[in-house]
Ligand binder design. Structure first.
Ligand code: ASP
Length: 425
């Protein structure tokens, strides 16, 4: 390939022996040229295979400081706290790196519609993937929410989608007497891709804060494949059910709170939520050094898998069906299961061991089969709960941090909408 007559960010057309490819020229390696296709995906093309390159248009650096952040008196104030993830990230065509945009100016430049919905403040808390989030980050966020709540009508937390449901659950428990909305927003596709969901999710969350009197923690994500509406999902009931679809977020054992359209129309689906108030927000943090285990029931288990939790502070079992675990020795092949039952008995003497189910929806009922009854006799708690395992895990940590003596009692009591007495279907 001859000396490059184009620079990073230029739109180019490459002819190879295999065909023609059009896209943005990205920082490349010695042997491969990286091209960002219109779909947003990057491909590497072996430089040896390139016959010719045509420049279509030069990269235009976006003009800076042209976005209007002046405050409007009649609008509410929303503070956006950034934690990272795909949302609000953009490719820098000079370096090829995905960078987070976090000043109010940058946000309004990226999503100009926001300035007509609310006065935007923002703060970068972290720029991390949500799979790396730990209990300590929940506390950092909660303290920032407390600070920001003093001069905001609502908070948006931009967050990676992988563990957005866990953070929503953690904040739901930590923020006691919450008096304003705290809405977590993610994006499955980054904002430099044509199919990005970042803008719509952020706009819907802002519209919801601007036009409702909701005062709980919730998640706002795409409702369906169209770009017209989002769902406000309950903080203790949201799960990422699809690894990449923009509408992959569902309310488990519950219904969404509302549908929000980008034009600000709100259709309430379940209005039994806490409203904005003058309550005094109280932080009930999660102890950062707690060790909570989580074990998923599966065929061919060994008691050794359970034994590691002897040094932990609590254990969540993600059982099968109505809340089961392999503890029945019915033939020589299942001898190991008696050991499992004994290990569970030893564990429950030291730490709370709670049950949840790996079934996607539904409630556990450990009275139906003898397995469930034996587990209860062995000291496993959690019967009748319809909490999804993610929320059960967070709740166990939160109870051990704040209500150590009442874990057994409170685990199956509804505190933040995480448990319902009656099942939906
Ligand atoms: N793994 C990323 C995260 O959860 C994906 C995303 O940002 O949506 O942070």
């Amino acid at each position: 390939m001859k000396k490059e007559a184009f620079s990073h960010g230029d739109l180019i057309e490459i002819t190879t022996f295999e065909g023609i490819k059009k896209g943005t020229y990205m920082p490349s390696s010695e042997k491969f040229l990286t091209l960002k296709l219109e779909s947003g995906y990057n491909i590497g093309i072996s430089k040896k295979k390139i016959k010719s390159i045509k420049l279509i248009s030069k990269y235009k650096k976006p003009k800076e400081n042209l976005c209007n952040v002046s405050k409007k008196k009649n609008l509410k104030t929303i503070t956006i706290l950034h934690t990272g993830g795909t949302i609000a990230s953009e490719v820098d065509y000079n370096t090829g790196a995905v960078t987070a945009k976090f000043t109010p100016e940058e946000l309004i430049c990226m999503f100009p519609e926001l300035s007509n919905i609310a006065n935007i403040e923002s703060k970068l808390i972290r720029n991390m993937f949500s799979e790396d989030i730990r209990f300590a980050h929940y506390n950092i966020l909660a303290k920032e929410i407390e600070k920001a709540s003093k001069n905001s009508d609502g908070i948006i937390i931009t967050h990676g989608t992988d563990t957005i449901g866990y953070t929503a659950a953690a904040l739901s428990f930590i923020l006691e007497n919450l008096n304003i909305p705290v809405i977590l927003v993610g994006a499955q596709r980054s904002s430099d891709r044509p199919s990005t969901d970042a803008a719509i999710n952020l706009i819907c969350a802002s519209q919801f804060i601007a036009k409702s009197n909701f005062a709980e923690v919730a998640v706002c994500m795409h409702e369906n494949m169209s770009d017209e509406s989002c769902l406000i999902l309950p903080g203790t009931r949201t799960r990422k059910c699809h690894s990449s679809r923009r509408d992959g977020f569902k309310a488990i054992n519950s219904s969404p709170i509302a549908q929000v359209k980008t034009d600000g129309t709100i259709n309430y689906i379940n209005s039994s939520f806490s409203k904005t108030s003058n309550l005094n927000l109280k932080l009930k943090l999660i102890k950062e050094n707690l060790k909570i285990g989580w074990i998923k029931s599966h065929p061919n288990m060994y008691s050794k898998e359970l034994e590691v939790y002897k040094s932990f502070d609590g254990l969540l079992i993600e059982g099968t069906g109505l809340g089961h675990f392999p503890i029945n020795s019915t033939d020589k092949e299942t001898k190991e299961h008696s050991k499992m039952l004994n290990t569970i008995k030893a564990l429950t003497k030291k730490i709370p061991v709670a049950m949840s189910t790996q079934a996607i929806s539904g409630r556990i009922n450990m009275n139906v089969y003898s397995t469930g009854r034996l587990l209860q006799e062995a000291g496993v708690i959690g019967n009748y709960s319809d909490m999804q395992p993610e929320t059960a895990y967070i709740k166990l940590a939160w109870l051990l941090s704040n209500h150590k003596k009442e874990v057994k009692k409170l685990f199956t009591e509804n505190l933040r909408g995480e448990i319902s007495k009656r099942s939906l279907e």
